[in-house]
Write a protein that binds this ligand. Structure first.
Ligand SMILES: [Zn+2]
Length: 226
């Protein structure tokens, strides 16, 4: 009753559709939770998400939870996560994906979860790495440890948009590095990110991890665009 009273004056809003949340709803309203499209990547190893990486880097599993649409609820949700100081969205989606995998009785779990690192300037500005929060949700449900320092980003990619494709490719391979190879050597790594579009960031992260001695690399993202 008291919480209803507070909700009247301090309503909480759905991070996907901006409607007021009712009691029992957390972050995402039930309608959005029902209507936001999921990809089939958790049950299909040859999904459109996996196909993005064919011929580029060998990945064991490629999972993306939501199907990303521009100007949709999912874009709104990701925007909140990245720019509105709502890291809890990442954890929520991570828990959802983790629970879905457990429901499917998925047992081929990785040894280690590693989030795609943010450049330190961006990290300082935002205050958190959204991919790390998504990784936390997966880590707690799947009971797989996460190491957010295993992979680091050396340069800022923002300045590269106007460079030639070849030069950009070369640069991408120098962006990420593994400061201590022992952390990934012989491990099956699950690399986590927010949204997969072209997949080039994940490709270079995965190549860096494999070069550093990871046994295999899988990818999990909150969403993927077709
Ligand atoms: Zn909603």
């Amino acid at each position: 009753m008291l919480s209803d009273f507070f909700a009247l004056f301090f309503p909480r809003f759905c991070a996907a559709c901006d409607q007021a949340l009712v009691q029992g709803e957390e972050i995402i309203c039930l309608q959005c939770d029902y209507r936001m499209a999921r990809t089939d990547s958790l049950s299909d190893n040859n999904s459109f998400v996996a196909k993005k990486f064919y011929g580029r880097v060998e990945l064991q599993y490629v999972w993306a939870y939501y199907l990303f649409h521009k100007k949709g609820r999912i874009q709104n949700l990701i925007h909140r996560l990245k720019y509105d100081q709502m890291p809890e969205i990442g954890e929520l989606v991570g828990r959802k994906m983790g629970n879905d995998l457990l429901k499917k009785r998925f047992e081929d779990l990785p040894d280690l979860i590693i989030p795609v690192p943010l450049h330190r300037i961006k990290l300082r500005k935002r205050g958190y790495n959204q991919s790390e929060h998504f990784g936390t949700g997966l880590s707690t449900t799947l009971k797989v440890p996460m190491n957010a320092n295993a992979l680091i980003r050396a340069t800022n990619t923002e300045s590269q948009t106007r460079k030639s494709r070849m030069l950009r490719w070369k640069n991408v391979h120098q962006i990420f590095s593994v400061p201590d190879m022992q952390t990934v050597h012989g491990r099956r790594v699950l690399l986590v990110d927010d949204v997969i579009t072209t997949g080039s960031t994940l490709e270079s992260c995965a190549l860096t991890l494999l070069e550093a001695g990871a046994t295999s690399v899988s990818v999990a993202a909150m969403a993927a665009a077709r």
